[in-house]
Write a protein that binds this ligand. Structure first.
Ligand code: FES
Length: 329
């Protein structure tokens, strides 16, 4: 057993052969994570002292980041006592991850290539989660895919998902072909650490591309249901798509001091709105970033570019929270 020290001074023991992320979890400590497979980069942190060893490939680290001592906690174990620049996300520690049976309640086309699937779980086993988190749906033959939950907790316990069609995707064939109300599936969740944080920030900025708007919708519903969380805050929601058909949802922003800014990268001739990429539109708006917190969800390339551009423009490094969608066929 070796010991791992966090930024806060908190320590936990790490088992040999177990990732830092899982060792922390076994000790009741939640470190930032999403995919758990080395692909999203959310669990990236810096080793301040000690030695670690990779248990699997760290696909989302660049050569420069590796040279600078960065690691992925989902992929690395400690081989000596180590200190890492990570923090315990206390708020998520008490939430139990469950595997539950569920049934499809409704399936609705939101766009040609996006469906909304509403799942219902047995009344006695409501899923408790924080808006922003995701779940895995487990279908026939154990096929498993991750989807953000698109709603804040509902009194009926139903869970909304927004699912984009993936070309040649095995699960897509199900959602866009065979799926029907009352189908029995299983889900595992809630997963990931994407959720509202830094309650003191005066400006909240949401950046989304495609179905990355789903967890943003859930977080906006949470803000509306808890006016004390939104009080005194200015909220900006940038949602990027290629063309107008990608903007398949319109937010209800009653009670929030919020603006919604759809941004198209390949607009049709009649589009009068913003064009380009979401992170560029945000920078063009000249929003004061010192006291802002950014929540970004969508493609890996948007998240990577947004993080770099916003940090260079003055957003404090730790004020950027993200959940990258890593696609699977
Ligand atoms: S790369 Fe570690 S959680 Fe995604």
């Amino acid at each position: 057993m070796v010991s791992v020290k966090l930024h806060s001074g908190q320590t936990f023991s790490a088992e040999p052969g177990v990732s830092l992320l899982d060792s922390a979890k076994a000790a009741g400590i939640t470190l930032e994570y999403s995919c758990r497979t080395g692909r999203c980069g959310v669990c990236k942190t810096t080793v301040l002292s000690g030695d670690t060893e990779a248990l699997k490939g760290e696909a989302s680290l660049t050569a420069e980041e590796m040279a600078a001592g960065m690691i992925l906690t989902c992929c690395r174990r400690a081989i000596t006592d180590v200190e890492i620049d990570a923090e315990d996300i206390g708020a998520l520690g008490d939430i139990e991850v469950k595997t539950l049976p569920c049934r499809i309640d409704t399936i609705t086309h939101l766009a040609d290539n996006v469906v909304e699937v509403i799942l219902r779980v047995p009344p006695a086993s409501k899923l408790h989660y924080l808006p922003g988190q995701y779940l895995d749906v487990i279908g026939a033959g154990g096929l498993r895919r991750s989807y953000s939950i698109a709603n804040a907790q509902r009194t009926d316990g139903k869970l909304e998902l927004q699912i984009r069609q993936v070309e040649h995707g095995s699960m897509s064939r199900y959602w866009f072909g065979d799926a029907k109300p009352n189908d029995l599936l299983r889900l595992e969740g809630p997963l990931g650490t994407f959720c509202l944080r830094d309650k003191s920030a005066s400006t909240l900025i949401f950046l989304a591309t495609g179905t990355g708007i789903a967890p943003v919708k859930a977080m906006l519903e949470q803000l509306q249901a808890n006016p004390e969380l939104a009080a005194g805050k200015k909220i900006f929601i940038y949602w990027g798509g290629r063309s107008l058909t990608d903007i398949y949802w319109a937010p209800h922003l009653e009670g929030l001091n919020a603006v919604f800014i759809p941004v198209l990268s390949r607009p049709d001739a009649q589009w009068q709105g913003r064009t380009g990429y979401v992170q560029t539109a945000l920078l063009d708006d000249g929003i004061e970033l010192d006291h802002a917190v950014v929540y970004a969800c969508g493609s890996e390339s948007m998240i990577h570019s947004a993080r770099e551009a916003l940090n260079s423009a003055g957003l404090p490094v730790k004020h950027f929270y993200s959940d990258a969608f890593v696609s699977s066929n």
